[in-house]
Ligand binder design. Structure first.
Ligand SMILES: [Zn+2]
Length: 78
């Protein structure tokens, strides 16, 4: 199990996401961005837009995923 924060995934806060794989924490971050912005948070809006852009342009977004996965792999186990 490893922990990556919202901030480490390009967001503005220190909320930690826990998971065994990078995909789990990336999904948790996507969910966090959707939830917090729909609850009226402005600070996460640009991160949500970037996340949506990655879905629309998967090839261009791939670099971000690769980096997130590399960062995740470099983290120590909890
Ligand atoms: Zn956040």
């Amino acid at each position: 199990m490893k922990t990556m924060t919202c901030k480490q995934l390009g967001g503005p806060c220190d909320l930690p996401h826990h998971g065994d794989t990078a995909n789990v924490v990336i999904k948790a971050q996507d969910k966090h961005l959707n939830e917090i912005v729909s609850s009226g948070d402005d600070a996460h809006k640009s991160a949500l837009q970037e996340m949506k852009g990655r879905w629309k342009h998967p090839v261009a977004g791939m670099g971000w995923y690769r980096k997130a996965k590399r960062d995740f792999a470099a983290l120590p186990e909890d």
